[in-house]
Design a protein around this ligand. Sequence first.
Ligand SMILES: Nc1ncnc2c1ncn2[C@@H]1O[C@H](COP(=O)(O)OP(=O)(O)OP(=O)(O)O)[C@@H](O)[C@H]1O
Ligand SMILES: [Mg+2]
Length: 355
Amino acid sequence: MLTNENILNALKEVNDPELHKSIVELNMVRNIQIEGTHISLDVILTIQGCPLKAKIQQDIEQALKGIGASSVSLTFGSMTDEERRNLTASLKSENVTNQGMPKMLLPDSGVNFIAVTSGKGGVGKSTVTINLAVALARLGKKVGILDADIYGFSIPAMMKTNEKPTMIDQTAIPVVSNGVQLMSMGFFTKDNQPVMWRGPMLNKWIRNFLVNTHWGDLDYLLLDLPPGTGDVAIDVAAMIPQAQEIIVTTPHNAASHVATRAGLMAQHTKHAILGVVENMAYFEPTDGEKHYLFGQGGAQNLADELHTNVIAQVPFARPAENTGSSVYDEHSIVGEAFTNLAEDIIYQEQKLVRL
Ligand SMILES: Nc1ncnc2c1ncn2[C@@H]1O[C@H](COP(=O)(O)OP(=O)(O)OP(=O)(O)O)[C@@H](O)[C@H]1O
Ligand SMILES: [Mg+2]
């Protein structure tokens, strides 16, 4: 028999698609009426015109039919301002300690931070960030990308997403693309206008991105840093000392002065270095040998200088694999290189946990 209680139990399994929390826990289910096997109820959405209404409706119907409902009718409403404020406060208390520190920064938060950096621009930091994130997500990890390239944000365009984060009051729900949660300054500027902030304002933004974003449970947060040793790298270092760095280089950009700069940066930030990724390492046509267009050995020299290892050699994408998006197909040579790297990173992390 259908009762209020077993209806609520069934609906506990239905999550708000954006907040990834049970709609019962979020107090979105109201006014349940049962007439035989027909159920009607009100669903109170967090925001008006919630784009994922159809998904919620479908999930509710499925859950209730699973416990024997023959038909379900839903009436949608939206939370009052006060309800929304309470929800934001409760989301925030999950994200932030009493001292105002993002909980994800606590040593036992379980979030692995990986900052992707380089001594020089244009070597493929964003490409590495995106494809490593997508590869980790494909392997079942919960992954976010924080586009910390505040002035030169590129992640939304490179991942070809036109979505914007949903805002519940001041809390942003990240955009999800290819199974990865994204936050970028690019979501908050009008028509891709450049960002002019400096110093303290900038620092505040990185903090805001951590505090005022509902990331949910994450296994990895990848930070796409701007090149060099600028403000952002220093702020990230101050705020996330536990981040590990991946240094990206191309074979010919690993010249010693660049290496020194990358080395200085790593010393400066005191971040542990996960390793060097050599991007555009070679070109390999489908039916031929590898061509080392930019020479060989540069990344290894850099790794030696930084007392670390080359953890991946990412080839040039084949022309047919360049589809306009910077997310390379899992089965392309670039995609495979990132799957291998993601597997190695997960393996290393598990080894550390076992120690
Ligand atoms: N392995 C690759 N094969 C083919 N093209 C690539 C590869 N890696 C990067 N690219 C291309 O090279 C260009 C620069 O890459 P990307 O934007 O990732 O570099 P970046 O280091 O983030 O640059 P910036 O310093 O400007 O932020 C992009 O057009 C990207 O699509
Ligand atoms: Mg970039």
